[in-house]
Design a protein around this ligand. Structure first.
Ligand code: NAD
Ligand code: NA
Length: 397
C-alpha cells in the first residue's frame, strides 16, 4: 500500500518500513565509517527499537561486532495497518545483522514485567551464556509494578508552589505561545519516579546477576538528561528530573551489588534530541529548535547515533578510565552544555516569536527529524511506491 504520515497531535499514527530501513542503514554506515571499537561482545539492550537504545544496539553490533538481544514494546503490523516505527527499525537492523553474520534476537513485550524478564534471561542462558553490557534505555509513560500490580503513570510537571509559565512552540504550525503548568502533587511525583526512576533497572540487573548471566566485569548503562536553566522547571527540577535523580543514585547501588564480579553501573547524560517522548514535553521543542540551529552553525550537531558512537569510542571503551563528572555521571551532553552554545541559545530564547523563529530557529530540522522517527521524509526513499506493511522481524523470540 501507499503509506503516508497521519498526524494526531504530537504523534504520528503510521510508519514507513522503507524509510525506517533507510534510517537504520544510514546509522549502520555511520558507525562503520568511524572504525572498530574494542567494545562489548554480548549485549542486552532494554529499549532497543528506537532512539538512544537502537543507536546503542547498532553501535554494539556494527562498531564492536557484538551479539545483541533487544527488548522493546512495539506494535506489529496488521493487514492495512502499519507497525510502530520500532518494529520496522528492528526488522531492518536484524536483516543487516544477519547479512553481517552477527547474532541478533529480539523480544517484544513489557520490559517492566516478570514474564518478559524471565523470557530474556532464558534466551541469554540458552544462546549467549552471559552478557558483558546491559543498556537500559526505556522511555515509557506507564509502568505496571510486577510485584504489586499497581499501575503508575508519569507526568511532566514542575514541582513547587507556583504555576510555571514560559514560551513553547507548536512545531507543526510554528506558533510560539505562552504555556502555564500547574505544579505536580506528591502522588504525581512518586508515580513519575516509579515509572522513569531506577527501580526497574535494578530489578533487571539483580535478576541477571542472580541467574549468573553477567560476565566478570560486566557494565550497565542507563541514560539521563540535564539541560539548561530555561527547561529546568519542566525537566530537571520537575517530576521527570526527580525520576532522573533516582536513576542516577540507583547507579551507585547497582555498582555496589556488582562488586564481587567487578561490574559497574553508569548513567550517561545525553544531548536533547527529537524523539516521540521529547516532543510531548512543553518548552522543550522550542529549546531544541534553537539548540539545533546553534549547534549546526558551529558544526557540532549530533543525532542519537553520533552521540552513542562517541559514548562507546571516547568514554566506555576508549581504553582509558571512564571519565565522569563530580556526581559520577558520564557526560556526552558536553557540546550541548558548552558556554558559547548556551549563551547563544539563551539570547535567541529571549527573542523568539512566531515572526523571528523561522530565522533564528531550526524548525525545518525539527520537523524533518520528527517525520524521520516514523520513516517519513527520509532522503532516497520513493514514497509513491507500493510498500508491504507486513514486515517480519526475523529473530523475534
Ligand atoms: P524512545 O521513545 O526513542 O525509546 C524508548 C524505547 O523503550 C523503545 O525501544 C520502546 O519500545 C521501549 N519501551 C517503552 N516502554 C516499554 C516497555 N514497557 N517495555 C519494553 N520496552 C519499552 O526514547 P529515547 O528518547 O531514546 O529515550 C531513552 C532514554 O534516553 C530515556 O531514559 C530518556 O530519558 C533518555 N534521554 C533522552 C533524551 C532525548 O532528548 N530524547 C536526552 C537524554 C536522555
Ligand atoms: Na531508546
Amino acid at each position: 500500500m501507499i503509506i503516508e504520515p497521519r498526524m494526531r497531535g504530537f504523534i504520528c499514527l503510521t510508519a514507513h518500513p522503507t524509510g525506517c530501513e533507510q534510517n537504520v542503514i544510514n546509522q549502520i554506515e555511520y558507525v562503520k565509517s568511524k572504525g572498530t571499537i574494542e567494545g562489548p561482545k554480548k549485549v542486552l539492550v532494554i529499549g532497543a527499537s528506537t532512539g538512544f537504545g537502537l543507536a546503542s544496539r547498532i553501535t554494539s553490533a556494527f562498531g564492536s561486532g557484538a551479539a545483541t538481544i533487544g527488548v522493546f514494546f512495539e506494535k506489529p503490523p496488521a493487514p492495512g495497518k502499519t507497525a510502530s516505527p520500532g518494529w520496522y527499525n528492528t526488522a531492518a537492523f536484524e536483516k543487516q545483522a544477519i547479512k553481517a553474520g552477527l547474532y541478533a534476537k529480539s523480544i517484544n513485550g513489557d520490559a517492566f514485567s516478570d514474564e518478559i524478564k524471565q523470557k530474556t534471561l532464558e534466551l541469554i542462558k540458552k544462546d549467549l551464556g552471559q552478557v558483558d553490557l546491559v543498556i537500559y534505555s526505556l522511555a515509557s509513560p506507564k509502568r505496571t509494578h510486577p510485584k504489586t500490580g499497581v499501575v503508575y503513570s508519569s507526568v511532566l510537571k514542575p514541582i513547587g508552589d507556583s504555576i510555571f509559565s514560559n514560551k513553547t512552540v507548536d512545531f507543526h504550525t510554528g506558533i510560539v505561545s505562552e504555556v502555564s503548568i500547574v505544579p505536580a502533587n506528591e502522588e504525581e511525583i512518586e508515580n513519575t519516579v516509579a515509572v522513569m526512576g531506577g527501580e526497574d533497572w535494578e530489578m533487571w540487573i539483580n535478576e541477571l546477576k542472580e541467574a549468573g548471566l553477567l560476565a566478570e566485569g560486566a557494565e550497565t548503562v542507563a541514560y539521563s538528561y540535564i539541560g539548561p536553566a530555561v527547561t529546568e522547571p519542566v525537566y530537571r527540577k520537575g517530576t521527570i528530573g526527580r525520576a532522573k535523580d533516582h536513576l542516577e543514585s540507583t547507579a551507585f547501588s547497582i555498582t555496589n551489588s556488582l562488586k564481587d564480579i567487578g561490574g559497574k553501573a553508569f548513567v550517561s547524560v545525553n544531548k536533547a534530541l527529537v524523539t516521540q517522548a521529547s516532543s510531548a514535553i512543553p518548552v522543550i521543542p522550542l529549546y531544541i529548535s534553537l539548540l539545533y540551529k546553534v549547534m549546526k552553525q558551529k558544526g557540532i550537531h549530533e543525532g542519537c547515533i553520533e552521540q552513542i558512537q562517541r559514548l562507546f569510542s571516547e568514554r566506555l571503551y576508549s581504553g582509558n578510565e571512564i571519565p565522569v563528572d563530580p556526581e559520577g555521571r558520564i557526560r556526552i551532553d558536553d557540546w550541548e552544555m558548552r558556554d558559547d552554545v548556551q549563551t547563544e541559545v539563551a539570547r535567541l530564547w529571549a527573542e523568539a516569536t512566531d515572526e523571528s523563529l523561522p530565522l533564528i530557529g531550526d524548525l525545518p530540522g525539527y520537523k524533518r527529524d520528527f517525520l524521520n522517527l516514523f520513516g517519513f521524509d527520509v532522503a532516497g526513499v520513493d514514497y509513491g511506491k507500493d510498500t508491504d506493511e507486513m514486515v517480519e522481524i526475523p529473530g523475534l523470540v
